[in-house]
Design a binder for this molecule. Structure first.
Ligand SMILES: [Zn+2]
Length: 286
């Protein structure tokens, strides 16, 4: 018997990520599923991806990359079915110790309270039932991912507080019920590493790192089969053209393997509170 997919028109979703394209690999299928079932979705991207690569010089220059990447994300979300895309407009930071972290507009330099305040404002405006963000490891450890994780957790916790004691503040406060972290399991990195070695592809990370980067598998609470949405996910990811290096190690892996890896998405259910305390919203949608 085929199950009728649940209608989600009552559901409001907020997702926060650091860079344009962070939404795709670990969450693109679930985003497409939520959108297809009618959930209202707001995607917040903290930076414009200014420091990212340019796969083909005809697509962008270092000067206009921030605009090109914003447009790529808007296109990607159009493919996925997400209408509300917002940018906090920070410049991306680099890996630890790089000069990009000194830039005054970088997320790295942004006062934490300012970032949290902006996220609280968005939470209070869109009133999400569920919030998604990076996991505490930041996937592969990018400092911007980790920053967005922390600021989102802080905003999630504080959005329901009455901050000033006045009536309008109390009316605006909003407590989302669910908080999920989007995970990249270590076992997936390990599988990719092994297949790259088998196929003679130079892996972008060492064997030892494959056991350290990503989310510890035991942190994963919720595994979602997103094979029905993997084509949408791949089409959406393809919109991030400036980030697609055709000869990159991940692109060299066999398509069936990448399709298989991308068909499953992993989450940590971090908070489940209010009327549905103790339930796993996502697992219930499978
Ligand atoms: Zn990123």
């Amino acid at each position: 018997m085929t199950q009728v997919p649940k209608d989600l028109t009552h559901l409001t979703v907020l997702a926060t990520f650091a860079h344009p394209d962070d939404e795709g690999f670990g969450f693109g299928g679930s985003l497409a599923m939520l959108a297809a079932r009618g959930a209202r979705i707001t995607l917040v991207c903290a930076t414009n991806g200014d420091v990212g690569e340019i796969s083909d010089p005809s697509l962008a220059t270092p000067e206009n990359l921030h605009q090109v990447r914003q447009e790529e994300l808007r296109q990607a979300m159009k493919v996925t079915g997400v209408q509300d895309v917002r940018f906090l407009d920070y410049r991306d930071s680099g890996m630890d110790g790089t000069p990009d972290n000194d830039h005054p507009r970088s997320l790295y330099q942004a006062p934490p309270d300012d970032v949290v305040a902006r996220l609280i404002e968005i939470i209070r405006e869109v009133r999400p039932n569920v919030v998604f963000t990076h996991d505490p490891t930041g996937g592969y450890g990018h400092p911007d991912h980790i920053t967005v994780h922390h600021r989102t957790v802080q905003a999630f916790e504080a959005a329901g507080d009455v901050l000033t004691g006045d009536v309008s503040d109390a009316n605006q406060s909003w407590t989302p019920q669910f908080l999920y972290y989007v995970c990249f399991p270590r076992s997936t990195f390990r599988t990719m590493w092994e297949r790259m070695v088998e196929l003679g592809i130079e892996p972008p990370f060492a064997s030892l790192e494959a056991d350290k980067i990503g989310s510890p598998d035991e942190a994963i609470t919720t595994t979602m089969d997103m094979s029905s949405y993997v084509d949408t996910k791949i089409a959406s990811l393809a919109c991030h053209k400036t980030q697609m290096t055709p000869d990159g190690p991940f692109r060299q892996l066999p398509e069936e393997l990448m399709q298989e890896i991308m068909s499953t998405e992993y989450f940590t259910l971090a908070v489940s509170q209010g009327d549905d305390a103790g339930t796993d919203l996502l697992a219930g949608l499978a």
